[in-house]
Design a protein around this ligand. Structure first.
Ligand SMILES: C[S@@+](CC[C@H](N)C(=O)[O-])C[C@H]1O[C@@H](n2cnc3c(N)ncnc32)[C@H](O)[C@@H]1O
Length: 319
């Protein structure tokens, strides 16, 4: 694994992903994200996203209340108790806390697991586009034995993901697909830079993009849809959870309904994302709508800056 980490770090040190893959949002937050070695130790500090991180006793209570506030949503997911148990085990292994992000990603996997069961699907190969700190990928590896992962992300975030996967299961086989580097075809977890994603050939059974296309250039979104239409297995699924609309710092407006969906795509689920509506914070943040659905503002309950929607689809192949 260390060779893989070294090659991912070298990628960060020598160059970033080509500008066409980096939106104004990630130009800004990518420059604030710290990935460095200090006295041989890896120092990682994320910006522009909320990684799964350690928590103190107050947050423990706050997060418990947060999960309780979503109880009607999670009660509908048959697999939630099992996925959440796995998530708590992973959180312990990684020395992190049961944050909103861990809850959100567990809800996403529970919803998918219910769907796979209903449709007798046994997904094995996953494309994870923009998995942030890699928590979802590591959770999938625990929940789906033998899952093969392609983790596609910008250079700095691939180091976060490699660090998470390496700590979650040091004995797994990893490889980096970052341009020029020799890859291990027998690897179970592949770290892929956006520039190399077009070279992927292994058919995927499930692709997931959460809170990530909303922050990409339209051109990158179009390229990923092209990749997914080219490489999806016959019964593949694409689970896409993103903001209805988001304005990036450079002024680009990214709209979910303007992603290159097609009329021939088979849609299994579509609409507001029920586990992604509010979160608790020790402050009542200024951002987000000032009033909740009850018509008044509840202290510490915060809303996202815009509505999150999700769609589970099988994409029509390229003509
Ligand atoms: C807000 S984070 C979301 C992380 C995680 N999916 C979650 O929901 O917690 C957005 C992620 O998208 C990634 N990203 C941004 N531009 C990308 C691109 N062109 N290709 C792949 N990933 C990208 C970022 O590096 C980051 O990992």
């Amino acid at each position: 694994m260390n060779d893989v980490l070294e090659s991912l770090l070298a990628r960060v040190e020598t160059e970033q992903s080509s500008p066409r893959n980096v939106s104004s949002y990630w130009k800004h937050y990518g420059s604030l994200t710290e990935v460095k070695r200090v006295h041989g130790r890896l120092v990682l500090r994320a910006a522009g996203m909320d990684p799964v991180r350690p928590q103190g006793p107050v947050e423990l209570i706050v997060r418990g209340l947060e999960r309780w506030s979503y109880r009607r949503v999670t009660a509908r997911y048959r697999h939630f108790p099992k996925v959440w148990r796995e998530a708590l085990g992973l959180i312990r292994t990684l020395g992190l806390g049961a944050t909103y992000n861990a809850f959100k990603l567990s809800s996403a996997l529970s919803l998918l697991a219910d769907h796979w069961e209903e449709h007798s699907l046994k997904p094995r190969t996953f494309y994870l586009i923009g998995d942030g700190d890699g928590f979802l990928g590591a959770l999938i590896r625990r929940f789906v034995p033998g899952a093969r992962l392609y983790c596609i992300d910008l250079a700095k975030m691939l180091v976060f993901q490699a660090n998470t996967h390496m700590r979650a299961e040091p004995r797994a086989r990893f490889t980096a697909v970052t341009g020029g580097a020799k890859t291990d075809p027998a690897a179970e977890i592949h770290f892929v830079s956006p520039d190399e994603a077009d070279s992927l050939t292994e058919a995927f059974d499930c692709a997931i993009n959460i809170a990530s296309m909303q922050e990409m250039n339209h051109e990158s979104i179009v390229r990923y849809f092209h990749l997914l239409r080219r490489t999806g297995s016959r019964d593949h699924r694409f689970y896409c959870v993103n903001r209805v609309e988001k304005t990036l710092p450079g002024g680009e407006v990214i709209r979910f309904h303007e992603y290159p969906w097609r009329g021939q795509d088979q849609v299994f689920m579509d609409g507001p994302c029920p586990y992604y509506a509010h979160f608790y914070s020790r402050q009542t943040l200024a951002r987000g709508p000032r009033w909740g659905p009850w018509g008044f503002r509840v202290p510490f309950v915060n809303y996202f800056d815009g509505e999150m929607v999700h769609r589970l689809a099988s994409l029509a192949p390229l003509p």
